[in-house]
Design a protein around this ligand. Structure first.
Ligand SMILES: Cc1nn(C)cc1-c1nc2c(-c3cnn(Cc4ccccc4)c3)c(Cl)cnc2[nH]1
Length: 287
């Protein structure tokens, strides 16, 4: 099968543009079909005028392209290529058949433990892949996760990802909810941090999937204080295994957070993700 969406040079005429799929802070995404192969994709359109506001967004887009185009993992949204015309930059992205995960989360309020565990296992697999390439995502939250047609999660929006280690001040726009203490503590110049920031965010994500709201959700000032003290309460109805994993990720000292390999082998993940002998034998016998 000839590899679609591989040509070196893309241009707008190669695509039929379909319905709008969504919009972000910068730009919109449209359903699109590459004419020669019929390949369906998502075309993200960014206006250069909007990016040149000097808020460093242009650098972010360049980094998003540079980092995401070199990644290949089933739980990371593929960036096939990019091109631009006089006014716009176009990113040719994988189309995620079930859209934005946060919309599913809001609609369902919270996810049952088996579903949350499967999503967290997939996120841990994607983060292990990123960290092996010394890429820190730094913005893991439901809004940056899409869902494929088979219900698998796909990390998208690498606008905030950087190469580790890093001490860039993240101009705090948008929610603080997912930021670890080492990224929000101001004052000390050397805010050096590394991949372990994504472990904290994975803990926040686990909590939000199970509880339906973020653990430190409050007024911005209070959120900052509560993050700095890892001050959260986990409702009693959350299983003790899930509580154990959340507590091992939301640890103030980055060095003491549970490594991704141990997340994938955690009892809560094993319980919901590794098909038992009986289940897989039953599946085989049905074939
Ligand atoms: C919506 C929607 N419903 N269904 C059934 C599928 C989708 C779908 N959406 C996408 C999307 C998609 C859309 N919006 N956004 C958010 C956004 C937009 C612009 C800048 C930054 C972030 C992502 C993508 Cl990239 C890639 N694939 C997508 N698939």
């Amino acid at each position: 099968v000839d590899q679609p969406l591989v040509p070196k040079q893309f241009h707008l005429g190669m695509f039929e543009i379909g319905r709008p799929l969504g919009k972000g802070k910068f730009g919109r995404v449209y359903l699109a079909r590459e004419r020669s192969s019929g390949y369906i994709c998502a075309l993200k359109v960014l206006y250069k005028s909007e990016l040149q506001q000097g808020s460093g967004v242009e650098k972010q887009v360049r980094r998003e392209i540079e980092i995401q185009s070199n990644l290949r993992h089933p739980n990371i949204l593929k960036l096939y290529g990019h091109f631009h015309d006089s006014k716009r930059i176009f990113l040719i992205l994988e189309f995620a058949g079930k859209g934005e995960l946060y919309k599913h989360l809001r609609r369902e309020n919270r996810f049952p433990e088996w579903k949350a565990a499967q999503y967290i296992a997939q996120m841990a697999s994607a983060l292990r892949y990123l960290h092996r390439k010394h890429v820190i995502h730094r913005d893991i939250k439901p809004e940056n996760i899409l869902m494929g047609i088979h219900g698998e999660v796909k990390i998208s929006d690498f606008g905030w990802s950087v190469h580790a280690p890093n001490n860039r001040r993240k101009t705090l726009c948008g929610t603080l909810d997912y930021l670890p203490p080492e990224m929000i503590k101001s004052g000390s110049k050397d805010n050096w941090y590394d991949e372990k920031v994504d472990l904290w965010s994975l803990g926040v994500l686990t909590y939000e999937f199970l509880v339906g709201e973020a653990p430190f959700e409050d007024t911005p000032i209070m959120t900052q204080k509560r993050i700095a003290r890892a001050d959260m309460t986990i409702p009693d109805w959350v299983s003790k295994e899930a509580k154990d994993l959340i507590k091992k990720l939301l640890v103030l000292d980055p060095e003491k957070r549970l490594p991704l390999e141990e997340v994938q082998n955690h009892p809560w993940i094993i319980k919901h993700c590794v098909k038992g002998e009986r289940a897989s034998n039953r599946e085989k016998s049905l074939k």
